[in-house]
Design a protein around this ligand. Structure first.
Ligand code: SF4
Length: 606
């Protein structure tokens, strides 16, 4: 407790609310666009083909649109929609739509996502709601409230996402406003969790209690989260944007898959110079988007941790001003970087900052130890003597309301009163006394969950799939579980293998960084079209970073379990020894060998 009577947690809560009020006040101050009508159509003051720009902080995005048009570009329909109707002035319209039992139509579907509400038809005639938990930090009271609301306002379950975040599904047509208000009452902010915004900021899941981390990244993740929330101009992006802080912990954060990845490095006493004193810095990497075959790459810039937020702010401003607003497929940061190169981009960032950023060559600092592929599941030592964190395993990230309540209760009774969500679609209960571990594990098992996973299930990741996403070509979660069941019965694996199921090319489950990755598609079998996947092999992250090679295309799901079984058995029989991981083996073996082994036949051209 501080001397003002508030704990750090309470201060953050109040800070978040205050900033939310600031954002709302700023939005109300804009005086050009109305709140819209209740029929799902835009109601614009003086509606015309070319509405005047709204002015205020958002002017930066409007000016970028104007510059695009002046250069002969044609704004894509999403940019036109954002220009014609302010996404954060739709409360009255959302209320009216809910009362009338109407879902949004046309580009209003995109605009609703600014408030965290995703209308997911035709997969489901319902909303999905995505929240924000910077650094994956959720308090026990928040999780308990979220679990309760999932029963009264959604499908009775909660999904943990690959950005260390939570989502509701099956929210009925009349409930979105109640959900937003209920979450705000819990101190959960969902503003900007979808659409063209900075998404949930990820950080090392074990930050603050990690036994190998260089830096506790949670304060940084929270700082940038609140910084963005309180600056309306930073919602004016051409496309979505991901930021991650990797402190060098035992659980990989996958910062190299983000638009901005801040990566902790250490300058040792031996490496120190007058310009670069010994200490921990953040290496700036940019442009990660593995669905488009790119990891974030080092820029050569190295930052004091305290510089990260203002540098991220400047990077965003350059992107807002110069990102592509004509073609959604080319509107991510990667494409601007491809066009300009790092030197020009960093030069523009430095111009915004009004100063030059520090550079360092890779031999001027040391990288943190490699992450541990098992560290997100099971019982693990913390940096604090006598404390343990417990990684709970979920079937592809889903927990029931009752499980959520009981986990929150465990964290409150035996842990630090909080939990951490990981990018591996599970959660941790930190700060458990060594003496209480057995009790907590028994309670976890009693609720139908576990803290142990097979070598397959520990690294099994799946996006929503066609049970709740209109883009999906297949039932990713269901089929991932079927594959795990099949392999667990037949394969004796002594090392983790990551298998990622993603329903479409958007790659929410990052299939190109899995040891084995699947991308959903429809496959022709006889006269029928069935659910299937393209299969990539040999992807990796962190110290094994690499994009998987798509070696087999259009494989019907029914053929996948035996295909993977053959591939894994081939690895087990032909690896140099147990020390050779699947990813190492798959990169040593030729494509033809892997395809032949997987198909169980002679190699077939892909
Ligand atoms: Fe939907 Fe595609 Fe993302 Fe899966 S990868 S959740 S199918 S958009």
């Amino acid at each position: 407790m501080s001397d003002n009577g508030f704990s750090d947690e309470q201060k953050y809560y109040l800070q978040g609310l205050a900033m939310g009020v600031d954002v709302a006040r700023t939005a109300r101050g804009l005086n050009v666009l109305s709140g819209g009508g209740g029929n799902g159509t835009a109601v614009t003051v003086g509606a015309a083909a070319e509405p005047p720009p709204p002015g205020g902080p958002e002017l930066m995005a409007i000016e970028a649109q104007d510059a695009t048009k002046a250069a002969g570009g044609k704004l894509c329909k999403e940019e036109v929609a954002k220009r014609e109707k302010h996404p954060f002035k739709m409360t009255a319209e959302m209320e009216a739509n809910a009362a009338a039992g109407q879902f949004p139509k046309g580009t209003d579907v995109l605009l609703y996502k600014f408030s965290g509400m995703f209308y997911v038809a035709p997969a489901q005639d319902a909303y999905m709601c995505r929240m924000r938990f910077p650094g994956g930090h959720v308090t026990a009271p928040q999780l308990r409230g979220i679990a309760d609301m999932s029963e009264t306002h959604a499908g009775g379950y909660i999904d943990i996402t690959t950005r260390g975040n939570l989502q509701y599904r099956e929210i009925p047509v009349d409930k979105p406003v109640e959900v937003i208000r209920g979450l705000m009452d819990l101190g959960v902010i969902i503003r900007g969790s979808g659409a063209d915004n900075v998404r949930n900021v990820t950080g090392t899941a074990t930050a603050g209690f990690d036994r190998q981390e260089f830096l506790d990244t949670l304060p940084l993740a929270k700082d940038i989260h609140h910084h963005i929330l309180s600056r309306p101009e930073l919602y004016g992006l051409p496309r979505k944007f991901n930021i991650s802080f990797e402190g060098g912990g035992v659980i990989a954060t996958l910062e190299d898959t983000n638009d901005i990845g801040f990566q902790a490095v250490r300058v040792t006493d031996d490496q120190a110079t007058a310009e670069l004193p010994a200490g921990v810095y953040m290496r700036l990497t940019l442009g990660g988007i593995t669905g488009h075959f790119d990891f974030a790459r080092p820029t050569g810039v190295i930052l004091d941790p305290g510089e990260c937020v203002e540098v991220a702010d400047a990077i965003l401003r350059v992107f807002i001003k110069n990102g592509d607003r004509t073609n959604r497929k080319k509107a991510r940061l990667k494409y601007l970087l491809d066009d300009w190169g790092f030197d020009k981009y960093i030069g523009e960032v430095e111009a915004v900052l009004g100063r030059t950023l520090k550079r360092a060559a890779e031999d001027q600092y040391e990288m943190p130890p490699a992450p541990d592929r098992w560290a997100h599941v099971g019982v693990h030592e913390q940096a604090q003597e006598g404390k343990r964190y417990i990684g709970v395993v979920f079937p592809v990230g889903r927990m029931t309301a009752e499980q959520g309540r009981r986990l929150a209760d465990l964290a409150y009774r035996y842990g630090g009163g909080y939990l951490r969500l990981t990018v591996w679609q599970n959660l941790l209960i930190p700060d458990v006394d060594e003496a209480d571990v057995e009790t907590v594990v028994a309670e976890i098992k009693d609720m139908g969950l576990d803290v142990e996973a097979s070598s397959v299930r520990a690294g099994l990741v799946a996006c929503t799939g066609n049970a709740g996403c209109k883009f999906a070509g297949a039932d990713t979660k269901g089929q991932a579980m079927r594959l795990a069941d099949y392999l667990e019965e037949r394969v004796e694996l002594d090392t983790p293998i990551n298998i990622h199921f993603t329903g479409c090319h958007h790659s929410c489950a990052q299939h190109y960084i899995g040891d084995i990755g699947f991308e959903g598609t429809k496959v022709e079998v006889g006269d029928d079209m069935v659910e299937g996947y393209h299969m990539a092999i040999g992807g990796g992250y962190a110290d094994t970073q690499g994009i998987g090679r798509v070696l087999i295309k259009s494989l019907a799901f029914d053929d996948i379990p035996p295909t993977v079984e053959r591939l894994i058995n081939h690895y087990l029989e032909n690896r140099v020894g147990p020390a050779e991981t699947f990813v190492e083996f798959s990169r040593r073996a030729g494509d033809e060998e892997l395809v032949t082994a997987a198909r169980g036949t002679e190699a077939v051209a892909v």
